[in-house]
Design a protein around this ligand. Structure first.
Ligand code: AP5
Length: 240
């Protein structure tokens, strides 16, 4: 159940646009869910949305699947159209947390254009600057995190057999579903995902650094410590 501080924040804080960046396994999804719980703004995970399209065998899912299975990025035009549709929904009016987007400089430029002049609501309309948070984690930790990751196909909760195991092995604490391993968490696909990150997404980090919008945090610490620092950055960013 939400505590009083959470409810107060959910009611009054306009969060604006937040981007979580970092390599595969850095903890973007984990932290996005915590930020969402804190402020009541949606997590927009392009990976989750694409996986849902693949599962439902939609036209987009059929186009995206071969890229995802190889650990490569899905083409920009497909992803940007998908994000535009999601951001146009009413639940994004107070803000949103982007997890896994943008991942190329072209996507970042598209997002800047999309956000130009956008206002966010909290008892009035406010221009809130974009906050970009990059979670830094060492290569060896990433490999261990991805190898140990399990997720609930029903509620989306993320576990880790090494760092955050479920109470009963292989079963979700929340709804008892059998936990699953992501198809792209096998060794060869992980190495391709890391390569794509270095080639395509590190330039996006530099794009935001040059604009003075980048905050970096140490993601090697316990999840709670990472969350506390991210929330501090978001709340300070909103006061700018
Ligand atoms: P996507 O789903 O976005 O995958 P990713 O970026 O590779 O990131 P992950 O979801 O693997 O990791 P995460 O950082 O969210 O870590 P998590 O919180 O789960 O993308 C998948 C594919 O979709 C791409 O390869 C591409 O094909 C396509 N795609 C998606 N977006 C796209 C885009 N914009 N453009 C083009 N293509 C796109 O944590 C990992 C594990 O670590 C968990 O088990 C967790 O419990 C554990 N953990 C987390 N934090 C900690 C901590 N502090 N200490 C210990 N363990 C921790």
């Amino acid at each position: 159940m939400a505590d009083a501080a959470t409810i107060a924040n959910t009611m009054t804080v306009a969060v604006g646009p937040v981007i979580l960046m970092g390599p595969p396994g850095a903890g973007k999804g984990t932290q996005a869910k915590r930020i969402m719980a804190r402020y009541g703004v949606p997590q927009i995970s392009t990976g989750d949305i694409l996986r849902e399209h693949v599962r439902k065998v939609t036209e987009l899912g059929c186009k995206a699947r071969s890229y995802m299975d190889r650990g490569q990025l899905v083409p920009d035009d497909l992803v940007c159209d998908m994000v535009a549709e999601r951001l146009s929904r009413p639940d994004c009016k107070r803000g949103f947390v982007l997890d896994g987007f943008p991942r190329t400089v072209a996507q970042a430029e598209w997002l800047d254009q999309y956000l130009e002049g956008k206002l966010f609501e909290n008892n009035g309309l406010k221009r809130i600057p974009l906050v970009v948070i990059k979670i830094n984690v060492s290569y060896n930790s990433l490999l261990r995190r991805l190898a140990g990751r399990r997720s609930c196909p029903t509620c989306g909760r993320i576990y880790n057999v090494y760092f955050q195991p479920p109470r009963v092995a292989d079963l979700c604490d929340v709804d008892g579903s059998l936990l699953t391993t992501r198809r792209d968490d096998c060794e060869e696909v992980v190495s391709e995902r890391l390569k794509e990150y270095e080639q395509e997404t590190l330039p996006v980090v530099e794009y935001y650094r040059a604009k003075g919008q980048l905050h970096e945090i140490d993601g090697e610490r316990p999840m709670e410590a990472v969350t506390a620092e991210a929330l501090g950055i978001i709340e300070n960013g909103n006061r700018l």
